[in-house]
Design a protein around this ligand. Structure first.
Ligand code: ADP
Ligand code: ZN
Length: 598
C-alpha cells in the first residue's frame, strides 16, 4: 500500500489530522507546483514541505538562514526516523563531504543548507548530480530589502528557478504584510505560485499591555505566574538586558542575558541553554529570536515598546508555538515613544522613510491605547476582521474611561503658560504646585496655573500627559531638550469644544495562574501533576543523554495528554497525538514504565 499525506502524518509524525491549509499545500507541492505560504509562527509550516519531501522522489533542499537552528530541526527529523542532514559552516570538512556524498547518492530525504552555501558553484554542481524533490525557502521574507531581516544572499535564490525550472518550490514566511508578500513573489520569481494565506490569529496567546509605572516590579509580578517556565524578556538596550537578567537571577529565576555586545561564544552558549533546558528565561535585545523554533516558550515580555505592530507581532509570536496557552506581556511608557521618535528623526535617511517609521509607531501606540479588544486591533492591522477575543487584558478587565476634559485643559494650559519650553518634569511640578529651584528661578509660582492640579497625584498626571502626547494634542520637541509643545489638536479641547475620554490608570494586580485560569480564554494547566513532572524529568534525562533538546523527544502537550490518559499499553500510548511509530518504538516502553510508577 502506498503512502498518502495523511498516512505519513499519522505514522511518522503521530498527528491525527492536518491543520488549516496544510493538506492543500502538501497536495499542491506533491503535484509539482510552486507555492507561497504565509502562516503565523507555530502554524505548522514545516510539515508543508516535509511531507511532500517524503512523497516525492529525491531529496528536498531546504534553504534556511539560521545555521544554529538547522541542527535542532535535523535532530527532530532524525528522531522520527527521516534521513535528514544539514550543510553549514559548523561541520568539519570530512563530515560535510560525507553529507554531500549521501545527498548525491540519493540517501537523504531532506537537506538543510544556508543560502550562501547553496549558491556556491560547488553546491550547484551537487544539485546537478543529485535528484532534488523540491526546494523549500524558509523565512522567505529575508528577501525583502525593506524588512529587518534582509539577507542579500536570498536575492540570489531566484537563480534556482532558472536553473531548475521543473523542480517545485515552496517559499514560507510568518511575515504578514502585503508589501512583503509582493516582494517575495517578484524577487523569488514565483509568479505561478499558489498563495496560501492563513489567519494570523494566535488564539492561544493572551495579550496584555500595561503602562509602565514600576517596570521591574511589574515584570516580577507578571513572572510570578510563570515560574518554572521558559520565556523571553525583551529590553531595548544592552545595559537594561544585563540589569534585568541580574534582577531576575536574584529573584530566583534561571535567567540569561543575550545581546549584540556579548562575545559569540557566550551568546551561543546561552542560546543553547535556552533551547535545551525547560525553564530558562532569556533576557535579550531584539538581536535574539529570529528563527527560535522552541515550541514551549510560555511567555514573551516586552520591557520597552517595539518599533512597529509587525515587530510586536513577530516577537510575541515566539510564544506558544506548540499551541498551548502562552502570554505576551508588555509594559510601555511615554519615554519609549519619545526616544523612538527622536531615533527616527535622527537616523532615518529620507523623509519618506521617516514618515513611514512614525506611522508604524503610531499604529503600535494605537494598539497600546486601545480601549477595546487588542486582538481585534492587532488582526485588523493585518487586514483581518475578528470578534472580541476574551483572551486579552482589555477583554478580561475592560479599562475604566473617565472624562478627562478638565484635567486635559489644566495640563495643556500649564504647558502654554510656562511658554512651551519645558519638559514633563517641570510642567508637572508647576501643575502640582511644587516650589522647586526651577519654579523659583522662572517665577512660575506666580502663574495662575501653579498648583491647579494639586488634587491629583503625580501618577495620574503622568498618565494624562502620556495620553495627550500619544493622541497628538502635544508633542515632545527633542530639538528643544524634550520641551512639550501644543499642537493644533489642542485648541478645541482648550476652548471646551471637545471632550477627552481618558483611560484610568491600572490598579496593581498580581497575575497569578489561578486568576488567569478563572478568567476564561485558553486554559492554563495544572503543572503540579506529579505524573507530568515525572514524565518531564524522564524527558530531560533522556534528552541530556542524547544531547538534543527536550522538546525534540516529546512535546509538553504530548506529555500532558499521557499524564491525563495514563495509557497502559503501547497501543493506547500510540493513540496520543505527537507519538509516531518511530518514537513509540524508541520511547514507548520507557514512558509506560514512568506512567506505571507514577
Ligand atoms: P512554524 O514553522 O509555522 O512556526 P512548525 O512547523 O514549527 O511551525 O509547527 C509548530 C508546531 O505545531 C510543531 O510543534 C509541530 O509539530 C506542530 N504541528 C504542526 N502541524 C501539526 C498538525 N497537523 N497536528 C498537530 N501538530 C502539528
Ligand atoms: Zn480581546
Amino acid at each position: 500500500m502506498s503512502d498518502t499525506p495523511l498516512s505519513l502524518l499519522s505514522r511518522v509524525f503521530g498527528y491525527p489530522e492536518f491543520r488549516g491549509d496544510q493538506a492543500a499545500i502538501v497536495d499542491n507541492l506533491v503535484a509539482g507546483n510552486d507555492a507561497l505560504v504565509l502562516m503565523p509562527t507555530g502554524g505548522g509550516k514545516s510539515l508543508c514541505f516535509q511531507i511532500p519531501a517524503l512523497l516525492r522522489d529525491g531529496c528536498a533542499v531546504v534553504v534556511s538562514p539560521l545555521i544554529a537552528l538547522m541542527q535542532d530541526q535535523v535532530a527532530a527529523l532524525k528522531e522520527v526516523g527521516i534521513a535528514a542532514e544539514f550543510l553549514n559552516s559548523s561541520l568539519d570538512g570530512a563530515s560535510a563531504a560525507q553529507v554531500e556524498r549521501e545527498f548525491v547518492a540519493g540517501k537523504l530525504k531532506l537537506l538543510y543548507v544556508a543560502p550562501e552555501r547553496l549558491l556556491t558553484p560547488r553546491f550547484q554542481s551537487l544539485l546537478e548530480q543529485a535528484q532534488v524533490a523540491l526546494f523549500a525557502i524558509d523565512e522567505a521574507h529575508c528577501v525583502s530589502q525593506w524588512g529587518h531581516d534582509f539577507r542579500p544572499e536570498y536575492l540570489g535564490l531566484s537563480a534556482l528557478h532558472e536553473r531548475f525550472p521543473d523542480i517545485p518550490r515552496i517559499a514560507l514566511t510568518a511575515t504578514a504584510d502585503t508589501a512583503t508578500r509582493a516582494e517575495i513573489l517578484t524577487r523569488l520569481d514565483l509568479h505561478d505560485a499558489r498563495v496560501f494565506v492563513a489567519s494570523f490569529d494566535r488564539p492561544n496567546i493572551r495579550y496584555h499591555i500595561s503602562e509602565k509605572t514600576e517596570p521591574r516590579r511589574q515584570l516580577l509580578d507578571f513572572l510570578a505566574g510563570h515560574t518554572g517556565e521558559a520565556g523571553i524578556v525583551y529590553c531595548s538596550t544592552r545595559k537594561k538586558v544585563e540589569e534585568t537578567a541580574d534582577a531576575l537571577k536574584q529573584a530566583g529565576f534561571t535567567a540569561l542575558a543575550y545581546h549584540g555586545g556579548m562575545d559569540n561564544d557566550t551568546r551561543r552558549r546561552h542560546q543553547q541553554k535556552f533551547l535545551r533546558e525547560d525553564s530558562v528565561v532569556m533576557v535579550a535585545t531584539l538581536a535574539f529570536g529570529m528563527g527560535i523554533d522552541k515550541p514551549d516558550v510560555r511567555f514573551v515580555a516586552h520591557m520597552d515598546l517595539p518599533r512597529s505592530v509587525e515587530g510586536y507581532y513577530q516577537e510575541t509570536g515566539r510564544a506558544g508555538r506548540d499551541g498551548e496557552a502562552a502570554e505576551a506581556w508588555m509594559a510601555w511608557g511615554l519615554q519609549d515613544v519619545v526616544t523612538q521618535r527622536r531615533f527616527i528623526d535622527e537616523n532615518d535617511a529620507d523623509d519618506a522613510h521617516k514618515r513611514s517609521a512614525h506611522g508604524k509607531l503610531d499604529a503600535l501606540v494605537g494598539l497600546c491605547e486601545a480601549a477595546s479588544c487588542r486582538r481585534v486591533a492587532l488582526l485588523s492591522y493585518f487586514g483581518e476582521t475578528s470578534q472580541a477575543c476574551g483572551n486579552c487584558d482589555v477583554c478580561i478587565t475592560p479599562p475604566t474611561l473617565w472624562d478627562g476634559t478638565e484635567a486635559s485643559q489644566k495640563l495643556l494650559s500649564t504647558v502654554y503658560r510656562t511658554g512651551q519650553r519645558f519638559g514633563a518634569g517641570h510642567v508637572l511640578d508647576v501643575l502640582l504646585g511644587k516650589k522647586t529651584e526651577k519654579v523659583e528661578k522662572f517665577g512660575h509660582a506666580d502663574l495662575s496655573v501653579f498648583g491647579i492640579g494639586a488634587s491629583q497625584t503625580d501618577k495620574v498626571w503622568r498618565a494624562v500627559l502620556r495620553q495627550l502626547v500619544v493622541r497628538g494634542l502635544m508633542e515632545v520637541d527633542h530639538a528643544a531638550y524634550g520641551a512639550l509643545k501644543l499642537t493644533a489638536a489642542a485648541r478645541p479641547v482648550l476652548k471646551g469644544e471637545e471632550t477627552v475620554l481618558l483611560r484610568a490608570i491600572e490598579v496593581r494586580t498580581k497575575q497569578r495562574k489561578s486568576r488567569l485560569a478563572s478568567s476564561g480564554g485558553a486554559g492554563y494547566h495544572d503543572d503540579e501533576d506529579p505524573l507530568f513532572i515525572a514524565l518531564r524529568t524522564w524527558r530531560r534525562e533522556t534528552a541530556n543523554e542524547k544531547g538534543i533538546p527536550a522538546y525534540v523527544i516529546l512535546h509538553d502537550a504530548t506529555l500532558r495528554e499521557i499524564a491525563a490518559r495514563k495509557p497502559a499499553t503501547l497501543a493506547e500510548l500510540g493513540e496520543i497525538s505527537g507519538l509516531g511509530a518511530k518514537k513509540l518504538e524508541a520511547y514507548g516502553e520507557a514512558v509506560l514504565a514512568v506512567v506505571e510508577e507514577g
